[in-house]
Design a protein around this ligand. Sequence first.
Ligand SMILES: *[C@@H]1O[C@H](CO)[C@@H](O)[C@H](O)[C@H]1NC(C)=O
Ligand SMILES: *[C@@H]1O[C@H](CO)[C@@H](O)[C@H](O)[C@H]1NC(C)=O
Length: 623
Amino acid sequence: MLPFLGLLSALLAGVFSVYFLQKFCFPYFWRDLTFLLKAIKYGARLELLKHSSTMPTVMGRFVQQAQRIPNKPFVICEGRALTYREVDERSNRLAHVLLGRSSLEKGDCVALLMSNEPDFVCVWFALVKIGCSVAFLNTNIRSKSLLHCIHCCGAKALIVGSDLVECLDGIFSNLQEQNIQVWTVTDHSENTLVHTLLDKIDVVSHHHVPAKLRAAKSLKSPILYIFTSGTTGFPKAAVITHLQCLKAAGGFWLFGATKDDVIYIPLPLYHSAASLIGIGGTIELGATCVLKKKFSSSQFWNDCRKYNVTVFQYIGELCRYLCNQPKTEADKVHKVRMAVGNGLQQDVWREFQRRFGNIRIYEFYGSTEGNLCLMNHIGKIGTVGRSNFIYKFLFKYDLVKYDMEKEEPVKDQRGFCQRAGTGETGLLLSKVSSLTPFFGYKGSKQQTEKKLMKSVFVKGDTYVNTGDLMAEDREGFICFRDRLGDTFRWKGENVATMEVAEILGQVDFIQDVNVYGVKIPGHEGRGGMAAMTVRPGHRFDGKKLFEHVMSELPPYGRPIFIRLQEMIELTSTFKQQKIQLVQSGFNLSTISEPLYLLDLEQKNYIPLTDAFYQSIITGRRKL
Ligand SMILES: *[C@@H]1O[C@H](CO)[C@@H](O)[C@H](O)[C@H]1NC(C)=O
Ligand SMILES: *[C@@H]1O[C@H](CO)[C@@H](O)[C@H](O)[C@H]1NC(C)=O
C-alpha cells in the first residue's frame, strides 16, 4: 500500500509541476497552440483546394454563400440591408452590362473610384466576375496623382461613384486621349462621352455570368491593386493576388468570429483592411457587415446598438476619438465583444476597455503588400504580435540592429546584418520564400527591388524590408516602435514626404523644402511638418501656401507646421537632414526659427504663438 501511495504522490507532484511550469513559464501555451492549429488548418484547407479542379477564391466562396444563405443580410448601409442574393444578382447585372457594352476582356484592369457604399461592393464583384482585376483608388486624391494611379496599373477603364463625378474635371480629356473608357455609377450624364451603368441594369439578366470568366489560373495571379504611399513621388500599386485575399478573409475567423457576428466597417474600402479583411472576412464567415460611409464618433455606439454590432474594425485614432466623446450612461450598453485593427496605443487601449466594457481587442500588423502578418491573439495591451517557435518556423522574420544616424542596418565585417537582442528595437525584415512570396508593385520593378534586401544573413537570401522598427520581449510579444524613412502615418493614411515636398515645391517663393512627421501629444502617428527656405527676393506668404496646400494635397497630407530656415541642412551623404528636425518637432521652447501653423478658420498659415502651442499639446486644439 505504502509504495503505491508514494508512487501516486510522486505522480501528482509531477503533474502539478508540469501544470505550474506551463502556467508560469509558458502561460500562453494552450492559447498559442489553439490559435496556431486553427491557422494551420486554414492554410492546409487552402493547400488541398489548390489541387482540386477549381481554384478556391473569395469570389467563389461568395457565390457559394449566396446559394447557401440567399436571404441573409450581407451588407447594411445607411439603414438599408442587401442580402447575399441581392448583392449577387446586382453584381451579375452590372457584369452583364459591362460584358455587353464595354470592350473589357478577361485579364484587363479597371480602376474604381468610389466611396463606401453597397455599390462599391457590387461593382467590384461584377468586375471580378468578368475576370478583370480591379485597382482601388483613394477617394482623397485628385488630378495628377489620380492620373498617375490610373496609368500605372494599366487600367482600360475607370468607374466613378455618383458622389465623385466631379473628380473627372480636369482629367477627362487625358483619359479620352489614352482611350480609357469612363463609366459612372449613375443613370445619366451631362457628358455624352461618359458611360452610365445604372440606367442599363434593369434590362439585363440577373443570372450568373459564366464561372470560367472569373476562374483563377493560379492563386498567385494578381486580382487587385491597392495603392500605398511610395517613398518617392506618387503612390505605388501593391499587387494583391488570390492568395492574399484568401489569407486576409480568414482573419476574423481566426480571431474567433462566427457567422452570427455583425461586423462594423467604418474604414475606407479602398484600403486592404476594410476590403480584404472586412468584406472578405464577412463572406468567409457568412456573416453580416454594416458598412459606414464615413466614420462618425458621435454615431458609432448608436449604430452598434441599432444593428446589434458584435465586431468592429478600427485604426488607433478611431478608438481615441471614441474615448474623447462625452461619457454617457449607455457607454456599456451594446453587444460589441471584439475589435480588430491596428495602431491602438496603450493609454487609449486601457481607457477604451475601462469605459466601454470587456471588448476583446486584437491588434495585427501587416502591410498591404507585405508577406508577413503578425497577430496579437492574446490581447496583451500595447503589442501588435505574438511569436513563438512554431510561428517563427512558419514565418521567417527577423529584427535586425539599425543605425538611426546613418539610416541603415548595422553590418558586421562580412557585410551581414545582426539580429537585435531581446527587448532591443530593430528593423523588421521578412524572408521571401515560396511559402511567403512577395508580389511587389505593379509597373515598377524598381520600386519592388527597392523594397527587398539581399544577402542579409547569408549570401543570396532575400528579405522584404518592412521599414518598421519593432521590439520583441522575452515572452515573445512584439511591439511597434516607429516607422522609418520617408513615410509617416496620419489619420490612418500613409503620407509620402517626397510627394508632399514635390507639391510644396511648386509654390513660387519656396526654394528648398524638407517634409517630415512630428509626434504630437495625444495623437496617433505623426503630424506633417515642412522645413523650408525662401527664395532670395521673396517673402513667406502664408495665404498663398495655404491655398496651394488646400487645393493640391489631401487633408492628411497637408503640413500642420512650417519651419522657416536660413538653409536646409544636409547629411554627410548629401541627404536632407531629418533626424534632428524630427526630434525638435514644433517645440517653441527649443526652436528659435519662425514657426507657422495651418489654420483652417483664418485660411492661412499663421505664426505659432505660445497660446496655440499650449492648446495643441494639451489637446484642446483640433488638428
Ligand atoms: C437586435 O437584437 C434584439 C434582441 O436580440 C432584437 O430584438 C432586434 O430585432 C435586433 N435588431 C436587429 C437590427 O437585428
Ligand atoms: C520642449 O522642450 C523643452 C526643453 O527642452 C522640454 O522640457 C519639453 O518637454 C519639450 N516639449 C515637448 C512637447 O516635447
